[in-house]
Design a binder for this molecule. Structure first.
Ligand code: C2E
Ligand code: CA
Ligand code: CA
Length: 794
């Protein structure tokens, strides 16, 4: 209690208050009370006055309040004080009661209460760093006590790796007075393992700035740390994967700014990543309106569907395969350098479609162009001129003046024809001394078209004479010309070729150096199989169509299976070759039912053979026609036949040709995928004769390329055929596909193929197409004795 006189000075103070304030009672005597208060409002509260006394009597609440008192050491302490007016010896005094005792205990209890209710460790430490308090959580969690802390036994509760750095950081904080903050692993008794905690402490200072106490906490951040760690590991793994993939990768955001660029992309585009990161995509791919790259990327971004395409990247003359995958934060672009494949394409294309001597299109390309011209005619109602040109007596020229002179004549005629008609249509060299001209859309009426073809033929005869006889290769040469005007109704190139052949024959028979146009009287000779339209359904009904099997061998001589080739046991005409009726069934659509019948027969054989030990491991390839593959019911038909016959699907292989893959690619791919899932495999037949747009090779589930027999046959005497085969073998190798050569007739051919790395073979050398019974008896290792080619290449 303090007794304060009317002038505001302390008259008396009791021992307890003096001790509490850290002062001697005598030092307080006659001291103005206000000097003990820090706060102006506290001073006003104590101002003794008559009015105040009256107030106090009426309002006791105002006479009690929390006030701040200055202690002897300069610190301030907040206590509850009660003021009352008393009269001593007739003089008004104020008595101030300081409630020291009970408040401290309460505050302390409250503090402990609060500290213990916190779901983390709370602790305090003396300025020298030794702990003097911690909440229950310290024991609950770690089994550590304040005594442990005080005796510096804390180390035992810290992860060994964290002990030294914690001690160091703590002493640094003590010395500098800076806040202390460190993440450490504390031993958790409950779980018998270490858990990550965020250890933090802050110093509280007195007015003079000296540290009075440290207040600290330790909160569990184990989960966060783990998530963080997982996240970092995942990010690191992802980064590693993205850096090691063989595709170049760019990620762009919705504003087309490049956000990621991997190592391969740096290599492909030959630009360091720090030069592209953050840049607009157009800095790499110049914006060309309507250009494929921009269009496809836009499509992927706006449709949310992945896009796949090929582009030529001009700046560094690079062919790229691009996959654009939409992502939540933009677009991910994968790039693959397909230069090698494009090169192979171009090479195959040249070798397969050009004549080496004249560089003119060859027969194959001419037929493709003719086919296209006939399709266009059908759409536009136009006519196409088809002309065959044959040098008269070329054989005798070769024989008398030699091959070089012959080649010179061929070259001169090729140049003359090419110069004159090359822009108007296709000029091709289709055989040694034979040229063909396709003149698409010569007219829109038969009369005008015929007139123009007549004029062209006259010109050609003149060109033959004028272009020859100028060099060292003898006198002027003449030629014979057969021509045909093909109307919009005709789509069969085979038939068109037969017609011009007949016209050419007529011109030659008439003595040469003249031309003939095809006319209907010549037709009678080519209708031999017109009756088949009735004959084929009858033959199917009677079971006259049967599969023959031609063995296929691996390089070690073992028989790995067969190709099923259809045969017609015709009651009058004998055993018929598919070339005599398959083209016709394809035209009329009969092939669909014929193909199904054949597939069923083959599957019955496969099912039977699968139960014979001697036939283990053999599979059968079946040819399908375009109209079968393009039939939406195809997958269901095949699956039903497999189910019904019980043939193991893995023993069935389907042979397709390249041209079948050009139309309706997505539907065909989906069908092939469905069949692949069933276990069926695919082989690409007559490879090298198609359009050589090889992009589909990787997209479609193809297991094997089958080199066209035309190339195989020419191995001995044609360098370009050999080059094509080498390219195909390398291509198949790079795509992980097998290569089968068909039409292998001689040992020399086989030797060469084995040496070049071709893996599988089919041809008359091993066996002709044979009946199912004969094939079942075909030896496991080829009957030509010890396979003499084994080890030959080594
Ligand atoms: P392809 O699929 O190219 O069949 C290979 C052809 O080459 C077969 O003629 C086969 O007998 C013949 N061949 C095999 N080895 C040799 C050889 O060493 N030398 C020679 N010169 N030829 C050999 P085939 O059986 O006359 O079949 C001709 C074409 O008819 C086939 O060509 C195929 O396109 C088609 N074809 C055959 N069977 C079917 C079928 O069941 N369905 C369909 N859609 N087409 C079929
Ligand atoms: Ca085939
Ligand atoms: Ca073939």
């Amino acid at each position: 209690m303090l007794l304060v006189a009317a002038d505001g000075t302390i008259e008396a103070v009791d021992q307890a208050v003096a001790a509490f304030l850290g002062r001697e009672p005598t030092t307080l005597s006659r001291v103005p009370l206000r000097s003990l208060f820090g706060d102006a409002s506290d001073r006003a509260w104590l101002q003794p006055s008559g009015a105040r006394v009256a107030d106090d009597a009426s309002d006791s609440s105002r006479s009690a309040r929390m006030i701040g008192l200055r202690r002897g050491d300069g610190s301030t302490v907040t206590v509850q004080a009660t003021r009352s007016a008393i009269v001593i010896g007739g003089i008004a005094h104020t008595a101030v009661h300081i409630h020291t005792q009970c408040d401290f205990q309460q505050v302390h209890r409250d503090f402990q209460h609060l500290a213990n209710s916190v779901p983390g460790i709370i602790w305090t430490a003396r300025p020298d760093g030794v702990s003097d308090f911690a909440n229950h959580e310290l024991i609950n969690r770690c089994g550590m006590t304040v005594a442990d802390l005080m005796n510096r036994r804390w180390r035992a509760f810290f992860h060994p790796d964290d002990q030294d750095r914690t001690a160091e950081a703590w002493w640094q904080a003590i010395e500098s007075g800076e806040p202390f903050s460190i993440d450490v692993r504390l031993y958790c008794q409950r779980e018998d393992r270490y858990r990550w905690h965020a250890l933090r402490a802050q110093a509280v200072r007195d007015q003079a700035g000296a540290i009075r106490k440290w207040f600290g906490s330790a909160f569990d951040i184990d989960m966060e740390r783990r998530l963080q760690q997982d996240l970092e590991e995942t990010a690191a793994r992802l980064a590693h994967t993205l850096e090691s993939i063989t595709d170049g990768l760019l990620a762009v955001d919705h504003d087309w700014h490049i956000r990621y660029c991997n190592h391969e992309a740096e290599r492909v585009f030959r630009i360091p990543r720090d030069q592209v990161l953050g840049e607009h995509l157009s800095s790499l791919f110049p914006r060309i309106p309507g250009e494929r790259f921009a269009l496809e990327c836009m499509r992927a971004m706006t449709s949310g569907r992945k896009q796949y395409f090929e582009i030529h990247f001009e700046p560094i003359d690079l062919w790229l395969e691009v996959h654009a995958y939409p992502a939540t934060d933009g677009l991910t672009l994968y790039f693959r350098d397909i230069g090698e494949r494009k090169h192979a394409e171009a090479e195959i294309e040249f070798l397969a479609f050009r004549d080496a001597l004249t560089s003119l299109p060859n027969r194959r390309l001419m037929l493709h162009r003719l086919e296209k011209a006939l399709r266009d005619d059908k759409m536009r109602g136009s006519y196409t001129g088809l002309v065959l040109v044959d040098l008269d007596n070329f054989k005798s020229l070769n024989d008398t003046l030699g091959h070089e002179a012959g080649d010179e004549v061929i070259g001169a005629v090729a140049k003359a024809l090419g110069d004159r008609f090359g822009r108007q249509g296709t000029v091709a060299r289709v055989a040694g001394d034979e040229f063909a001209l396709v003149l698409p859309g010569v007219g829109f009426t038969p009369e005008i078209s015929v007139e123009r073809v007549h004029a062209a033929c006259d010109e050609i005869l003149e060109l033959m004479r004028s272009s020859t006889g100028n060099g060292a290769h003898g006198p002027r040469r003449t030629g014979s010309v057969g021509a045909d005007v093909i109307g919009p109704g005709v789509t069969d190139t085979g038939e068109a070729m037969k017609q011009v052949d007949l016209a050419l024959l007529a011109a030659k028979q008439a003595g040469g150096n003249q031309y003939r146009l095809f006319d209907q009287s010549m037709r009678v000779r080519i209708d031999a199989w017109a009756r088949s339209e009735i004959e084929i359904p009858r033959g199917m009904e009677a079971g006259e169509f049967v599969p023959y099997y031609q063995p296929q061998l691996a390089a070690d001589g073992s028989c790995i299976g067969a190709e099923a080739l259809i045969r017609w046991h015709h009651p009058e005409r004998g055993l018929l070759d598919p070339r005599e009726f398959v083209p016709f069934t394809e035209q009329t659509g009969l092939i669909k039912s014929l193909g199904k019948t054949l597939l069923r027969d083959v599957c019955v054989d496969i099912a039977r053979w699968s139960r014979m030990p001697a036939m283990q491991g053999r599979r059968v390839s079946v040819n399908v026609s375009p109209s079968q593959l393009h039939d939406p019911a195809f997958v269901d038909d095949v699956s039903r036949i497999i189910d019904e016959t019980g043939a193991p699907a893995s023993r069935l292989r389907i042979e397709l040709t390249e041209t079948m893959l050009l139309e309706d690619v997505d539907a065909v791919a989906a069908r092939m995928d469905a069949l692949t899932k069933m276990g069926i495999t695919f082989s690409l037949d007559d490879f090298g004769t198609g359009y050589s747009a090889l992009a589909y090779l990787k997209r479609l589930p193809l297991g094997e390329l089958k080199i066209d027999q035309g190339f195989v046959k020419d191995i001995a005497h044609d360098a370009s055929s050999r080059a094509i085969i080498q390219t195909i073998v390398a291509l198949a190798d790079s795509l992980g596909m097998g290569v089968m050569a068909e039409g292998v007739e001689t040992r020399e051919t086989l030797d060469w193929l084995v040496a070049e790395g071709c893996g599988f073979f089919q041809g008359h050398l091993f066996g002709w197409p044979m009946s199912a019974e004969d094939f079942a008896a075909f030896p496991r290792i080829c009957a030509i004795g010890t396979p003499w080619w084994v080890g030959h290449s080594a």
